[in-house]
Design a protein around this ligand. Sequence first.
Ligand code: MG
Length: 170
Amino acid sequence: MVKPSSELEKAALARLKERNVTIEEIAELVYDLQTPYLEGLTMEYCLHNVEAVIRKREIQNAILTGIELDVLAEEGKLASPLQEIIANDEGLFGVDEILALSIVNVYGSIGLTNFGYLDKLKPKVINRLDSVKEGEGINTFLDDIVGAIAAAAASRIAHANPEEGTAGVN
Ligand code: MG
């Protein structure tokens, strides 16, 4: 039976929480991305947009799939060579970014620019996820997923406020 989106939403939020990522931290990334372009932007509004992004089924699917692969890799349960590739976060793998793009694509090309920016600079929570040491966890998919959710939420804000200009365009 097909699960309703609200159940997937609960599962996706629970998964993020289990992996020690709060939606407040994601909202902080959104705030930093959009505050130069939108006067009076609040954290509350950013948080609202992060929640709206996570309400979409495509995005819930990407969150659940990526985190599952990270967890299975942590448990050593993937078949070789995928196990080693994900455990070592091999640079040429690229499927983590592709999965994240399925999140970003929901909100169009501004999302893409923001995602690239976050992926390059790795601010705040992304840096924390990206710099876990060997044996302390695997976030090969999660760092990209978090960046993609933030990028998508920033795009959602930009699209809702077109007269204010947008990150990556102005
Ligand atoms: Mg990655």
